[in-house]
Every structure is written in C-alpha cells, then in structure tokens.
Design a protein around this ligand. Structure first.
Ligand SMILES: Cc1cc2nc3c(=O)[nH]c(=O)nc-3n(C[C@H](O)[C@H](O)[C@H](O)COP(=O)(O)OP(=O)(O)OC[C@H]3O[C@@H](n4cnc5c(N)ncnc54)[C@H](O)[C@@H]3O)c2cc1C
Length: 474
C-alpha cells in the first residue's frame, strides 16, 4: 500500500512505497539492501521543511531520520560536537548551553535537523562564519551500495564535497562533526532605517567590522528587512547588527521559542493582517521597526532567532512560500532595481524580504557562494491553485533572471520553478554533480523530485551519464 507524503511546500506530493525510521547504521544498510534487491528508490527526510520536493519521490521508500537523534560527543576542549543527522538545532543548543558553547553557524529557526541543513548547506545570520559547510569537520555517510564512508577534507574529499549540499542524492548521512564556539554575549548595536541605495556601503562597513579584533567588539550577526508595500517596494530597509560583548556576564538560558506569548500573538496577528489587509501592509514596516528597535543583550544561542510558531498559522487552500537569491555583494542594488520593476509590473505582493551576508565558501560541490554574496529571501502567500502557481512561476523566473544577470544564483531548498537552462546558468557544475552522483549510485537508488525533474525528465541525463575518466578530475 502506498502513502501520500508531502513537504514544507504543501504543494508537492508523492506516493511513497513505504516509510521507515532506522535507528542506527545497520538499519539504514538493511533498508538500502532491500531497496537494491527490489529495485525501489529511496528518498530521505530530516525535518521535512524544504519546499522543493527534495524529500519526495514516487514509488520510493522514505527514510525518516527522526530516530537518529543522539548527540554522540561534545568535546569542550576542542569545541566540536559529533551528532546524528536527525538531531535538531534546538536540541543541540539545549545540550551545548550549560557547557557555555554554541554552534558556529546558527539558523534563525531551530526546528531543522543537522542532516537536512548539511544536505542543503544552510546558512545563518552570522556573518563571521557564513555557510554551514565551512564548519563541518567530518561526516559519515552510507552510500547506495551499503558502504559506510567517513569523509572530510583529506579522506574521501570527493564524497565530502558532494554530500555537503548534496540534496539527499548521494547517501544517507549518519552523523556529522561540526565546529562550536563560545556561547558569547552580544548586544544589539544598530537598528537603522536607510534607503536601499546606501546598503552596499553599510554592508562593507559591517563586514569589515566582522573581522576586527575581538577587543574592538566586532559585528557577528547582521540582517536587513526591506519595505515591501507597493509604494515603497524595496526602496528602504531596516538593518540590524549585533556586536560581540567581550566579557559579558549575562545569564540567559537557551530558548527554542524566541517570543513571549504576547509578542507571539502580536506577530501572528500582524502576519495574518498583512496577508489580507492592504491597510496593515502599509503600516507593517513602521511596526517592524518598532518591534526590532528594542535594544537587547543576548547570548549567542538565542541571538537573531525568529519564531517558527509565528509562521505556523492554519491555512486553507494556500501556503507560505519562500525563494532565495544569492547576489554578488557589490551588485545588490542592480538586482533590487530590476526586481522591483518585475514585481510592480506583475502586481506581485510580497509579505517579507530579508537580506543576509554570505561570505565566500566553496566547500560544497554545488556552492552558491563562489564569491561574497548577499542572500535576499522573499516570502509570500501562495494560493494553491494551478493558475496562481503558474503566475508565481512566471514571476519567480523573471526575478531569477534578474539575479542571474548580475552574476547571482538561487537556493535549491525552495521551489523548483527554475527552468532547466536557468538551473544550469545558476549552477554550471550541475551536470557534473549528476554525473558524480551516478558514479556513486549507478542504480539511482537515491531519488527525489529535484532529481526526476532536472536530471531525468529533461531527457538530458544521457548526456551526462557516468564517465570514469573524469571521476577524479575535480
Ligand atoms: C520558514 C523557513 C525558514 C528557513 N530559514 C532558513 C535559514 O535561515 N537559512 C537557511 O539556510 N535555510 C533556511 N531554510 C531552509 C532550511 O534550512 C532547509 O529547508 C533545511 O533543509 C530544512 O531542514 P530539514 O531538517 O527540514 O530538512 P529536510 O527538508 O527534511 O531535507 C532537506 C534535504 O536534506 C536531505 N536530507 C535530510 N536528512 C538527510 C540525511 N540524514 N542524509 C542525507 N540527506 C538528508 C533531504 O533528502 C533533502 O534533500 C528555511 C526554511 C523554512 C521553511
């Protein structure tokens, strides 16, 4: 009997042949052995929050990593943690907090699993570190043939690079060793509203401050929120910085929910109101400034967090979708100017746009930060009917063209609206990635809708079939 499964998009679905929850490496290998024997595909789910069908494949068995939820080791001296793939950031931070430690990369939401975040190569608001891949020291993965490989930058470096941001297409990640840092104290040091034209200069100052000596209290966390009402669309933004407070002594336990009950209700009300009322949308930016202007001193384990509960609003016939574009830091204004035209011409209503800085890192094979980039995340309500989705695909493709034209790219965690040629422009190494995946997984056991959409359905895959001669050439 098959089971209908979906992901964070509530749009994509698949008929899974079965759902399994392995508890250890042996059980993962058993699942894979059975899959090979029966010719069944396998897809992998962490928290299931992605919005691109990455955890779904028709006719496949879905491995849910929820039972791989143990923290295996925390080395306080070396400041490292070895955790199973199904551990969430919230539970890791809870374990690290009493030890005065914190992950070096912190996402704003703690519900994602470490395995899901590594497989997408997530990034946070911390500008001192950037992408998660930069902080992964080693990992263990079960390949399609059942072999368990320990990979890092020296041992099996090819497997290492492919698994980081590998979208669950290379193997089942068992556990990961990541770098930690102190659970330092930070103080919110700036809440400023400025025209978007001034942002590149501000960003240059902020990133220079990120590398300053600790004694000078560098900025480690930074984000910006843009105005999204039609009259001021992407014309101005609110920018927030957090500076390290060396020697800070505040005591503040880690919280998985960053908002008080009152603030949570207010945020939900604001969010719902802005979804349906133009009057509220017009006032939203001012309210945001008020809400974020509160000065605070906060520990790293709580810094710059957002509330997933504020977004968890029951909805009928619609979903809340995200898209993210990575833009060369010096060309953000060009993207915003061109993108504004697209959104205005299409009368496309955004609920939010956030920007973050992502320093260059090429540890992952499919890196989205081949140079210093700014991530622009757009968030909107999506009616789940065919015509509305087709319109969104049209708008998002046009926005992606704006990003590609300035040398940018996009995040593969979200919807697969990109046309195949756009994917290939954004990720010129994608066909090599498919080829190397095929080398490690010749039966194509690991599958998801990204794979079937871009590698198979395009009919292009024959072009990049396994080619042994090139295997070690990168
Ligand atoms: C509201 C919201 C806010 C977000 N904010 C951020 C943000 O601040 N920064 C950011 O970078 N991203 C952000 N994301 C994206 C998010 O980080 C990714 O979707 C992430 O993958 C979610 O983790 P997950 O555990 O739910 O993974 P899943 O959705 O379950 O899986 C994601 C991918 O990882 C693979 N995978 C999962 N576990 C394993 C494993 N053990 N072995 C091999 N492959 C595996 C899956 O097959 C899939 O391809 C956000 C998403 C949402 C919905």
């Amino acid at each position: 009997m098959s089971t209908l499964i979906t992901d964070g998009s509530r749009t994509y679905a698949a008929e899974a042949a079965g759902l399994v929850r392995p508890r250890d490496a042996r059980e993962v290998r058993d699942v894979l052995a059975r899959a090979r024997r029966t010719g069944t595909g396998v897809c992998i789910r962490g928290g299931g929050w992605n919005q691109g069908g990455l955890t779904l494949a028709d006719g496949a068995v879905q491995i849910d990593t929820g039972a791989l939820d143990r923290i295996l080791d925390i080395d306080v001296e070396a400041r490292t943690a070895r955790v199973q793939a199904g551990v969430t950031w919230d539970s890791l931070r809870e374990a690290l907090d009493p030890l005065g430690l914190s992950p070096r990369v912190t996402q704003s939401y703690g519900v994602f699993t470490v395995g899901g975040s590594v497989s997408i190569n997530a990034h946070g608001r911390n500008i001192d570190t950037g992408v998660l891949a930069a902080t992964v020291l080693s990992l263990r993965v079960v390949l399609a043939d059942g072999e368990i490989v320990t990979a890092d930058r020296e041992r099996e470096p090819d497997v290492f690079r492919l698994v980081l941001g590998g979208l669950g297409l290379v193997g089942v990640l068992l556990d990961v060793t990541i770098e930690l840092t102190g659970n330092h104290e930070y103080r919110k040091s700036r809440v400023a509203v400025m025209p978007t034209g001034e942002y590149p200069r501000t960003l240059r100052e902020v990133t220079a401050a990120a590398t300053a000596e600790p004694a000078e209290s560098p900025v480690h966390f930074h984000y910006a929120r843009l105005a999204v009402t039609p009259s001021e669309l992407w014309e101005k933004l609110l920018c927030v910085d957090y500076r390290l407070n060396p020697g800070g002594r505040s005591r503040e336990p880690v919280r998985s929910e960053p908002l008080s009950r009152t603030d949570l209700l207010k945020q939900r009300g604001l969010f719902l109101g802005c979804t349906y009322s133009s009057w509220m949308r017009e006032r939203r930016f001012g309210w945001e400034v008020q809400h974020r202007a509160r000065m605070e001193t906060v520990r790293r384990n709580n810094v710059a967090k957002e509330s997933i509960q504020a977004l968890s609003i029951p909805r009928k016939g619609s979903g809340y979708w995200l898209q993210e574009f990575f833009l060369p830091a010096h060309r953000i204004t060009e993207f915003l100017d061109a993108g504004r035209e697209v959104l205005r011409a299409e009368r496309f209503q955004l609920l939010n746009t956030t920007m973050r800085f992502v320093p260059r890192n090429t540890d992952a094979f499919l890196s989205y930060a081949t140079e210093d980039r700014v991530a622009a995340v757009v968030y909107f309500r999506q009616p789940l009917d065919g015509a509305a989705i087709a319109r969104t695909v049209h708008v998002m493709r046009a926005l992606l063209d704006c990003a590609l034209d300035v040398g940018g790219t996009y995040y593969l965690s979200y919807h697969r609206y990109a046309a195949p040629e756009q994917l290939r422009r954004a990720y010129p190494a994608i066909d090599d990635f498919f080829r190397y995946k095929a080398k490690l997984d010749p039966e194509f056991t690991f599958r998801n809708q990204f794979w079937t959409h871009y590698a198979e359905a395009d009919g292009d895959f024959a072009r990049c079939a396994p080619d042994g001669a090139e295997w070690n050439a990168w």
